[in-house]
Write a protein that binds this ligand. Structure first.
Ligand code: ADP
Ligand code: ADP
Ligand code: ADP
Length: 213
């Protein structure tokens, strides 16, 4: 299956993507994770992307599309994939459609995680990420047994630079202006399914997996 997850920052895309990708046995491809890995490694792509990420802005389409094109060309994506955080603009969506059409295939489904702004702000401001395994936690909603330490790998948890209040506001504006139009774009293609992404993580996963059928 070729699936896209859309939703505002903090909707729970990364959290759900883990479970859905495992359920479907397809690779999870997160553009945010790939950008962050490049930032950590100090690659030219990372140096360029960081300027935008730190400001809460989207990385330019051309850079992002080229990166995704490379990633989708890898063998593990041939039979299916779950895209988390891409596309995020109408030009990115059009480029993805074209890229898949050239390969003789197409997206099967676009799943929107629906959550309101207040909940998104609560989720983002308490988000903590593991330096070791990149698992995402929440200080209140999904707290590790020992504060600041990852239960899965023992790694140190940190707060992403772009999860500070001022940057969160800019990211929500970018979402409303540039990403929300994708809801109509995919609605018009008949590929959109929206699910209620509030409530416990496990309940959202059940709704997401139900919506795949
Ligand atoms: P979140 O999980 O909060 O939605 P991501 O980890 O997906 O955030 O993305 C973090 C940042 O990486 C974004 O704010 C943006 O700067 C950049 N980014 C990720 N995906 C894209 C994309 N498809 N297009 C442009 N920029 C992106
Ligand atoms: P996104 O990838 O959409 O930015 P994440 O999956 O990183 O979102 O989730 C953002 C934060 O919200 C994380 O701290 C995560 O632990 C928490 N979270 C995810 N799903 C839920 C949920 N259903 N209820 C409460 N908190 C959640
Ligand atoms: P995997 O799931 O196999 O670990 P990822 O997509 O997470 O693959 O990427 C693994 C590493 O490769 C990351 O460090 C990331 O920086 C790098 N990478 C992946 N795709 C690209 C790309 N198109 N351009 C630059 N670096 C990439």
């Amino acid at each position: 299956m070729r699936l896209v997850l859309v939703g505002p920052p903090g909707a729970g895309k990364g959290t759900q993507a883990e479970f859905i990708a495992a359920h479907l046995a397809v690779p999870k491809i997160s553009t945010g994770d790939i950008f962050r890995a490049n930032v950590t490694q100090g690659t030219p792509l990372g140096v360029e992307a960081k300027r935008y990420m730190d400001a809460g802005k989207l990385v330019p389409d051309e850079v992002t599309i080229n990166m995704v094109r490379d990633r989708l060309a890898r063998a593990d994506a041939a039979e299916g994939f779950l895209l988390d955080g891409f596309p995020r603009t109408t030009p990115q969506a059009a480029a993805l459609d074209k890229l898949l059409a050239d390969l003789g295939t197409a997206l099967d489904l676009v799943m929107e995680l629906v959550v309101d702004d207040d909940e998104v702000i609560r989720r983002l401001s308490g988000r903590r990420t593991c330096r070791g395994c990149e698992k995402v936690w929440h200080i209140e909603f999904d707290a590790p047994s020992e504060p600041g330490v990852c239960d899965r790998c023992g790694g140190e948890l940190f707060q992403r630079d772009d999860d500070k209040a001022e940057t969160i506001a800019e990211r929500l504006r970018e979402y409303a202006n540039k990403t929300a139009p994708l809801i109509d774009y995919y609605g018009a293609q008949g590929k959109l399914v929206g699910i209620d992404a509030t409530g416990p993580v496990e309940d959202v996963t059940v709704r997401a997996i139900d919506a795949l059928r």
